[in-house]
Design a protein around this ligand. Structure first.
Ligand SMILES: Cc1cc2nc3c(=O)[nH]c(=O)nc-3n(C[C@H](O)[C@H](O)[C@H](O)COP(=O)(O)O)c2cc1C
Length: 192
């Protein structure tokens, strides 16, 4: 009798353990599914030398439910580098040479995941900094919707597109959006 009781108790324990294991598996499968569902299809990538475009990019990313990526120069820009009064400063020299391609430190590992890519930058000498060309040329943007946005000291997009689009001729480029001084509400209207 005692032996029978032991066998029954053991069997119940085994059944309970198996059920618990199953539940754990179901739980982790559900988690994996929801992680997959949360994969975003929009990316906001931006370069910002002094923080203005960064602030705009953060508002934008939240509004369009996008992942955000900061384009980081391999060699950060110092105040002296950004001095546009100085013809010899790094930014002046780079912007005079339209074929310059300043190196980037980091990469978007999963660009394939995105079908819409916003690309943000400050206007430098009436166009996008050439580091944006470096960024665009690093990826295959064919078929992706690419929407430039910028901040500036007052200039509009100027000839931005003339110099940007050849870096990804097969992307579906949209007109640049000026986010200078825009509130979240204003950005919401602009990206609709
Ligand atoms: C090298 C350099 C060139 C610039 N050229 C222009 C320009 O042509 N037109 C303009 O309106 N602002 C110009 N600006 C001002 C920036 O576009 C503006 O301050 C921008 O919001 C800075 O963004 P950030 O803080 O994200 O770098 C220039 C700034 C720098 C550093």
């Amino acid at each position: 009798m005692k032996r029978l009781t032991t066998i029954v108790a053991l069997s119940i324990t085994i059944i309970l353990c198996a059920c618990a294991g199953n539940k754990e598996q179901q739980g982790s499968a559900q988690q994996n599914n929801s992680e997959k569902m949360e994969k975003k299809t929009t990316l906001v990538a931006y370069f910002s030398a002094t923080g203005t475009t960064k602030a705009a990019a953060e508002k934008l990313a939240e509004l369009v439910n996008a992942d955000i990526h900061e384009i980081q120069p391999k060699q950060p820009y110092t105040d002296a580098d950004l001095d546009w009064h100085n013809q010899q400063s790094r930014s002046s020299v780079e912007m005079k040479d339209k074929s310059s391609r300043p190196a980037i430190k980091n990469k978007v590992e999963n660009m394939d995941q995105y079908n819409t890519v916003y690309i943000g930058y400050p206007i430098w000498w009436y166009i996008a900094p050439t580091i944006i060309n470096t960024f665009v040329e690093q990826y295959n943007l064919e078929g992706k919707t690419v929407i430039p946005f910028f901040t500036s000291g007052g200039s509009e997009a100027g000839e931005t597109m003339k110099y940007l689009t050849p870096s990804a001729p097969n992307a579906n480029w949209k007109d640049p959006i000026n986010l200078t001084g825009k509130s979240k509400e204003e950005i919401k209207k602009l990206v609709k």
